[in-house]
Design a protein around this ligand. Structure first.
Ligand code: XIL
Length: 353
């Protein structure tokens, strides 16, 4: 919930700013933060999709095109062109590119999952994969989600082919460390992130991520940041707890990026959400933006898609949807207005007190 401080500051600033005409990316540039979104490169051919993307955002991330399966479908075949199309679009439109993701348990090719490889062979495969993919995008991708979703809700490591089934032959978080070291080797200038969901507030998973990050920093493992996915519902965790988690991570010297923000709502057969939920959703978007802006180390906010039309939510969570800033007809929603209002507040470090 917002504090009285926020309510007092916002209207004062807004009357002098005339933020109404400015797209998000312009406001974001003034605030020194990146506003990104996940993109399906095939959709760039739809003029209104491309126009909305270029007008409102200054960062893109391929929704799937850089994942292991899509980008490395056969042992000696790399399919770079869909992501290259996005990179070219980003360059034309002065947008930063985030890379996603090098190590994940989903969207892997059958040649890896069914190859019956030994740990030594898997280690070679992963090293080569990271070397090739990160190498290909060196100088264009400024930040990578090196490892995605390695922890379970109880804070234990998720069993995966890279960790222990059979794994690349490293103990515990050693396989994560190894992936970071290989990514650093392939592009010493890219920022390297660990990325996960349900790890926004203080809980067993975020504790495990914090412990790992602290240990990595102590030993000089090249980690630069933690990505908080933020696939939210209207029943979100306490913002104070999210703030405390962000604070402890930034105190390690890490950047925080909100990487996959969406707020899904129950929808009817036509995809329509209730008026109450739409208002609540707007409030949450506004609060998340304000929270990120409190931290100079919170450097990007990214939504998981441009428009509800192509959001992953209805496919993954049947009966839910309407999770993004633009409706299926590219009209801005209340969430967009709230996002913009929070971005319009000029101070990056004012406090809730
Ligand atoms: C999702 C994509 O949006 C879907 O299109 C795809 O079928 C599955 O992956 N966490 C992540 C993202 O890190 O890569 C996922 O993206 C959503 C959850």
């Amino acid at each position: 919930m917002r504090s009285p401080g926020l309510r007092l500051v916002a209207p004062l600033v807004l009357c002098t700013l005339d933020a109404a005409a400015q797209p998000l990316r312009q406001l974001a540039e003034e605030r020194g933060i990146r506003i990104g979104t996940a993109v399906q490169s095939a959709l760039l051919e739809e003029p209104i999709y491309a126009a909305t993307l270029a007008r409102e955002f200054n960062q893109v991330e391929p929704e799937s095109e850089m994942k292991f399966g899509p980008i490395h479908p056969a042992p000696h075949q790399y399919r770079f062109s869909p992501a290259d199309t996005l990179v070219a679009f980003a360059r034309r439109n002065r947008m930063a590119v985030r890379g996603h993701t090098l190590v994940w348990h989903r969207q892997q090719p059958a040649w890896v999952t069914e190859g019956r490889f030994t740990p030594a062979q898997l280690s070679t495969i992963l090293h080569e994969h990271i070397r090739k993919v990160v190498g290909h995008y060196a100088g264009t991708v400024y930040a990578w989600d090196v490892v995605n979703e390695s922890f379970r809700e109880d804070g234990s490591l998720r069993p995966t082919i890279w960790f222990n089934s059979p794994g690349i032959g490293r103990y515990g978080t050693g396989y994560i460390e190894q992936a970071f070291r290989w990514a650093k080797e392939a592009d010493p200038r890219a920022l390297l992130f660990y990325n996960d969901y349900n790890a926004e507030d203080g809980n067993a998973k975020s504790d495990a991520i914090y412990q790992m990050a602290r240990e990595f920093k102590t030993r000089g493992v090249p980690i630069d940041g933690v990505g908080l996915q933020m696939h939210l519902t209207t029943k979100i965790a306490s913002l104070l707890s999210v703030e405390a988690n962000i604070r402890r991570l930034t105190e390690l010297g890490l950047q925080i990026q909100i990487t996959e923000l969406d707020v899904r709502l129950p929808v009817d057969a036509a995809g329509t959400a209730s008026v109450m939920d739409i208002a609540k959703q707007a409030e949450i978007y506004g609060e998340i933006v304000s929270l990120c802006l409190k931290f100079s180390h919170c450097t990007a906010i990214q939504t998981w898609g441009v428009t509800d039309q192509y959001s992953w939510i209805p496919g993954e969570f049947p009966g839910q949807g309407a999770a993004l800033l633009f409706d299926p007809h590219y009209q801005t929603k209340a969430a967009y207005q709230a996002f913009r209002t929070s971005l319009s507040i000029p101070s990056r470090n004012w406090s809730f007190q």
